[in-house]
Design a protein around this ligand. Structure first.
Ligand code: K7E
Ligand code: CUA
Length: 661
């Protein structure tokens, strides 16, 4: 979330001097802003990092991959935004990945990621990310670090509470940030919010072999806003918890109108029960339209299909499926501890940090210990389900992560710090300042049943004086703290891309052993692949010219092409014949108003080019691939529309010896 309005609100409504000075005021007795034990983050040249850190790219729409503890950037994975560096969203094959029911969308805002788990522990298969703006979930394959699938979510507007996964990655779950009118007539006055606006949460099934996602069912909810969520695990496996705000159902000036009530909610969903209702035929079919985009590693091509239907459960038909738990003031993060017994709600405007007990929730439900209902849904009594409150933890709690030793780490935006506390007795154990105004935080394995621990990383909203200035916008940044001792120790600042929100870290050993080195050329099933120089050719089909080209160190075949005419669309289908790790070739042609192509070993990729004038257009390889990379180039001739220059093509037809004749 962006915090501008939140800050204003806090300054207006709370009086603590520290708040007005926020962001960046330093709690007493903390170490100085500079320094830190940088040696602890040092990874010597040629040595590997211990963890991969998958970090959301915020408004860049991408996901980034860093090493921990070095903070070195390894990769920007293009997900929801076009990326000229890799030709993503520009190559003909990748364009379908960004298709939606609103057409091709070149940008989105990625806030949260989730690494797949088995039995509640990281398994290193996939990482999921959310598109916050035009609601979608992406699945990235961790063998190739490529976006393998993007599924749009209908009946959603602002897919913030997402993606969160169940213990065995049975489901990826997504809650809508904005409630909106659903179904047939959505053209209604905004001030009919209370009658007409509804929320949904979506349970997206994941095929355990292929990873393929499908919307299993949606649950209709009252017209509130969903912020974040977590699955239960261990004893609470089968349940899901969502933080909700705007229980006031305000539709204007939310910073005031959605902060009226003393408490909002955490919504507890019994998804095993929901599954039973779906099986029993309680879900209604609803006609909708949403894009389902899949990448095929064999054809090196994305396809986009419009899905037409979704199953919706209405809680009115499904008793004992969802419950509300009161949670102080506008909860943001909602995090379950490694045992699954404790659920931490972080009320952004609250002075305490409530911790709920799953056992008490179950007991209260069994005893029908309700304080009333909200839109027909039972509301549990706060005191009955509360494990306890962390007293005076800090100001503006946002998110909580866990280590494997019974400790929790909560980020505090307003007081700009990480606070370590004991889950069992709720005592504050330590606090360190962050520079500045931390949003999310991450402990390696923090959301799993078996956290890997060792570090906590702060993803900050404001950078101020931490790095060399770069004009009005400073780099985004993160900070790493060593948590192996009793006290947290700052060991490194590192810049990040976009605005980082949630991130997860996983031991490198769980990923690197599976990392794919090449695509096998014999498995290339692209319909336009040229799997050897003898398959290269140029074919005219009316106003379309198809160039079937290969690339290998250090030439293109063909590299001289003639017979293109004004008014033609030229499709370069280029196959990289290399079968060697880390030898992509690039392709760029003068005047192309798209991007380059960056083609992996064994892959085929297509660029569409429409010449805008006659003449000779050079093309070249953009990735320095050999000592003769600079020689890896060619020419294409474009003649006037009526010209009778025939199609011709070749490479090395004119050898240097004949050239001297
Ligand atoms: Cu940045 Cu997860 Cu969108 Cu909190 S949210 S910070
Ligand atoms: Cu191929 Cu440079």
């Amino acid at each position: 979330m962006r915090f501008d309005s939140f800050k204003t609100h806090v300054v207006l409504t709370l009086t603590a001097a520290c708040l007005i000075a926020a962001p960046g005021c330093k709690p007493k007795g903390t170490q100085s802003a500079a320094g830190g034990d940088a040696a602890a983050a040092y990874v010597a040249p040629g040595k590997y990092d211990e963890f991969y850190n998958f970090v959301s790219g915020g408004f860049s729409g991408q996901m980034t991959v860093y090493g921990l503890p070095s903070g070195r950037l390894f990769k920007v994975i293009p997900v929801f935004s076009v990326d000229p560096e890799k030709g993503y969203g520009y190559s003909e094959e990748s364009k379908p990945m960004l298709n939606t029911s609103n057409g091709f969308i070149p940008w989105d805002d990625l806030h949260h990621i989730a690494i797949s788990t088995t039995n509640g522990e990281h398994d290193g298969r996939w990482v999921f990310g959310n598109a916050n703006n035009t609601p979608r979930i992406a699945r990235i394959d961790l063998k190739t670090f490529k976006t393998a699938e993007i599924l749009e979510i209908p009946n959603s507007a602002g897919n913030h509470s997402s993606p969160f996964i169940t213990e065995n990655t049975e489901y990826v779950v997504a809650g809508t940030r904005f409630s909106v009118p659903l179904g047939g007539n959505t053209d209604v006055p905004i001030d009919t919010y209370k009658e007409n606006f509804k929320g949904t949460i979506s349970f997206i099934s994941v095929d355990q072999n292929s990873g393929e996602m499908n919307i299993a069912f949606q649950i209709l909810t009252p017209g509130i806003n969903f912020d974040l969520a977590r699955a239960g695990k261990g004893k609470s496996h089968g349940w899901f918890f969502f933080s909700c705000y705007n229980s006031e159902k305000a539709n204007t000036l939310l910073e005031v109108n959605a902060s009226q009530k003393d408490k909002d909610f955490i919504m507890a969903v019994n998804w095993k029960k929901a599954e039973e209702y779906v099986k029993a035929g309680k879900a209604k079919r609803q006609a909708v339209s949403y894009a389902h985009n899949k990448w095929d590693d064999k054809t090196h091509t994305g396809t986009s299909v419009m899905e037409k239907e979704v199953l919706v459960l209405d809680p009115a038909d499904c008793p004992d499926m969802i419950y509300f738990m009161p949670c102080p003031k506008s909860p943001h993060g909602c995090d379950t501890d490694p045992t699954g017994e404790y659920i931490v709600g972080s009320g952004k405007l609250a002075a305490t940090l409530p911790v709920f007990s799953f056992t008490k929730i179950q007991n209260a439900i069994a005893a029908k210990d309700f304080e009333g209902t909200y839109d027909g849904i039972p509301v549990l009594k706060y005191e009955s389900v509360l494990h306890g409150e962390v007293q005076k933890p800090g100001l503006g709690p946002l998110h909580t992560e866990f280590d494997g030793n019974g400790n929790a780490y909560t980020s505090f935006f307003v007081s700009s710090e990480i606070v370590k506390w004991s889950v069992k007795d709720l005592k504050v154990l330590d606090r360190v300042p962050t520079y500045y105004s931390i949003g999310h935080l991450s402990v390696p394995g923090g959301p799993t049943k078996k956290p890997h621990g060792k570090y906590v990383i702060a993803y900050n909203k404001i950078t101020k004086d931490r790095f060399l200035p770069t004009g009005p916008e400073l780099t985004q940044s993160a900070q790493i703290y060593d948590i192996t001792g009793e006290k947290m120790k700052l060991i490194l600042d590192f810049p990040t891309i976009g605005e980082p929100h949630y991130a997860e870290a996983i031991p490198a050993s769980m990923i690197m052993k599976n990392s794919q080195k090449i695509y096998k050329i014999e498995e290339n099933a692209h319909p336009h692949a040229a799997k050897g120089d003898n398959f290269t050719r140029v074919e005219r089909k009316g106003k379309e010219v198809h160039v079937y080209m290969t690339m290998i160190r250090s030439h293109f075949t063909p590299d001289n092409i003639e017979g293109i005419k004004m008014g033609d669309d030229v499709y370069f289908h280029i196959t990289n014949l290399e079968q060697d790790w880390d030898i992509p070739h690039g392709f760029a042609i003068k005047g192309a108003n798209t991007a380059e192509l960056l083609i992996m070993p064994g892959e085929t990729s297509t660029m569409k080019w429409t010449p805008s004038e006659t003449g000779i257009f050079p093309f070249y390889c953009t990735d320095f691939c050999s000592a003769l990379h600079q020689e890896m180039s060619g020419y294409i001739r474009v003649s006037p529309a009526g010209s009778n220059v025939p199609i011709s093509f070749g490479t090395g037809k004119t050898s240097p010896s004949t050239d001297t004749n």
